[in-house]
Design a protein around this ligand. Sequence first.
Ligand SMILES: [Zn+2]
Length: 109
Amino acid sequence: MSSSESARLRPLSSPCPTWCAGVHEPSIEANVSHRSVGITVPGVERSLAPDGDIHAIGVTEITIGLEQTRGETWVWFGSDHFARQSTVLSIETTKRVMRAVTALLDDVP
Ligand SMILES: [Zn+2]
């Protein structure tokens, strides 16, 4: 996290964003984490075998959602087939990734 990103963190959470699918207790409002409903995208994923040599290809599901904690909104991506990994990116980073992927795919038939 850069210093400019950490400077934007606020100590208290804000009221539920319109996309929040959570039910929160008023008593824990200060520490609440707002989460959207996840959008699940089916797809195909390639990964390395444990020996790092052979590529395995299989179906997967990637779940994408929003989370807001302490007033900062993040986009999380979860894939549970191969590596059980998730990635959480800032809104700005997600938009930059989307623009970069779109530019790369413009040259793919
Ligand atoms: Zn909420």
